[in-house]
Design a protein around this ligand. Structure first.
Ligand code: HAX
Length: 432
């Protein structure tokens, strides 16, 4: 069993702030119970509830014109932070002090050993399993170690839920890099697992265990950046919302995270990063050289005319270039400006938005986070794009687990919106 959070600085910090946050929510509820925050139009009912404000989430917000803001800090200001610092920020609303960061890192290191049954099951899985299936299977297997479930079965009080939720979150996060790296090495025949190095930070350790050549440390820097940029995207995206819904039934975070990551595995969500790289490589393959801008434009039009989307472009909320895309583009400009795949990404940025605007369908013609990340991973030798969503998952676990701790701390109830039948809807509309 992993070490307890009871004496950790993070738990102390949360113990100090949770009562006041609970009181704020209680007071809002008491004073404004019947006020209307959002309404649902028929268009929204048919359109995936786009824009309906029906969820609480304090870890981060996505502003259509500014992009991701984590606890008040735009993501563009956080690109040099460590993922562990972001975890602290997501949970507490502040960046950790040096001492707090070290304490959190020590907590993660102490919990990082992956049980051997995980390795046994991964090794026994069919060789063509998708890496996301392998990752999720490994996470679900470890559910048997949930402290939340154990304490719940023992009858813990509702007010105490968040502490074992934090315990589970830290254990799960601590183990993810080793599990995810093992999935990579096993699934793609990269040789035996690489042992973790307890002297390294969480992101650097993950980069090391993946085992890609990294003579200048640039891949390690990219891994940390990747883990920071994908860490959270407020509460309404498919993975966060799904995880929140599952956890609202008081399923522990192992169940909730895998549920969310199953959504992340979809091509319109996290799998888009592998689709993006496929798209860029198909360009390279198609033109067998350097195409003109007009050639690229035509290729994009052909893609749209064949009924496909242009991966990496568009967003359900954003209406500007995703600042996370900009961060990746800037990283590429520094470390591999001449890389041919990176060059395609850069050139498409100048072409695709114009094509999408001309087509007039996408509400957001700008690149999202997935448009550029794959090209950088490819540059560093991670050419197995089926794996990219696993990296995304390791990062997004920071946000989903943090949201889970908040949900338990603030007493989030079971999610149960009401559905209507077509007949009921017709009746409602006829009466208007
Ligand atoms: N290429 C072609 N058409 C696009 C498009 C794109 N990149 N983005 C949107 N559209 C189309 C939609 O398919 C939709 O067409 P229909 O009316 O025929 O159904 C229309 O434009 C309106 O869509 P929207 O309201 O602008 O966008 P949605 O909120 O419905 O969808 C998506 C948002 C991200 C799913 C969408 O933009 C898309 O499919 N993009 C490509 C896939 C992608 O990059 N996904 C990753 C998103 C980031 C993420 O979540 N990562 O995890």
């Amino acid at each position: 069993m992993a070490s307890s959070t009871a004496n950790s600085m993070l738990a102390d910090r949360l113990r100090a702030s949770v009562p006041a946050a609970r009181e704020t929510l209680r007071a809002i509820d008491e004073a404004h119970r019947t006020k209307v925050v959002s309404q649902v139009t028929v268009d929204q009912l048919f359109g995936g509830l786009r824009g309906v404000k029906g969820l609480m989430c304090d870890t981060s917000a996505v502003d259509p014109d500014r992009g991701l803001v984590i606890r008040g800090r735009p993501i563009g200001d956080l690109v040099d932070a460590l993922p562990e610092e972001i975890l602290w920020l997501l949970l507490t609303g502040e960046m950790p002090s040096k001492e707090q960061l070290q304490d959190l890192q020590a907590q993660l290191t102490a919990r990082s050993e992956v049980p051997s049954y995980v390795w046994d099951v991964l090794a026994a899985m069919p060789k063509d399993s998708h890496p996301m299936v392998m990752l999720n299977a490994a996470i679900l297997l470890m559910e048997r170690e949930s402290v939340f479930r154990k304490r719940y079965d023992e009858g813990m009080k509702k007010g105490d839920y968040w502490e074992p939720a934090l315990e589970d979150a830290l254990t799960l996060i601590a183990r993810l890099p080793a599990v995810a790296a093992a999935v990579y090495r096993l699934r793609f025949g990269k040789g035996p697992r690489i042992a973790s190095d307890p002297t390294l930070d969480w992101g650097a350790n993950y980069a090391r265990m993946l085992g890609l050549p990294d003579p200048k440390g640039d891949f390690t820097r990219l891994t940390r950046l990747y883990l920071v940029l994908h860490s959270d995207h407020e509460g309404g995206n498919v993975s966060a919302f799904t995880a929140h819904t599952v956890a609202s039934a008081l399923s522990d975070v192992y169940y909730a995270l895998t549920a969310g990551l199953n959504g992340l595995a979809g091509p319109l969500h996290g799998l888009a990063n592998q689709e993006c790289l496929k798209f860029v490589l198909s360009l390279q393959e198609h033109f067998k050289g350097v195409p003109s801008d007009e050639n690229l434009r035509q290729f994009c039009w052909d893609t749209l005319k064949s009924g496909k989307v242009i991966p990496g472009y568009g967003h359900a909320v954003l209406r500007v270039t995703d600042p996370r895309f900009t961060a990746f583009l800037n990283f590429g400009a520094k470390v591999c400006p001449e890389d041919p795949v990176y060059r395609f990404v850069d050139r498409l940025f100048a072409i695709v938005p114009k094509v999408l605007v001309e087509q007039g369908k996408a509400k957001d013609p700008w690149p999202n986070v997935d448009a550029g990340s794959g090209a950088l991973l490819y540059h560093f030798g991670m050419k197995e794009f089926d794996y990219y969503t696993v990296l995304f998952s390791v990062s997004r676990a920071l946000g989903i687990c943090s949201q889970n701790v908040h949900d338990r701390a603030y007493g989030a109830p079971i999610v149960r919106p009401k559905s209507v039948t077509t007949q009921e809807l017709q009746k409602i509309l006829a009466a208007m």
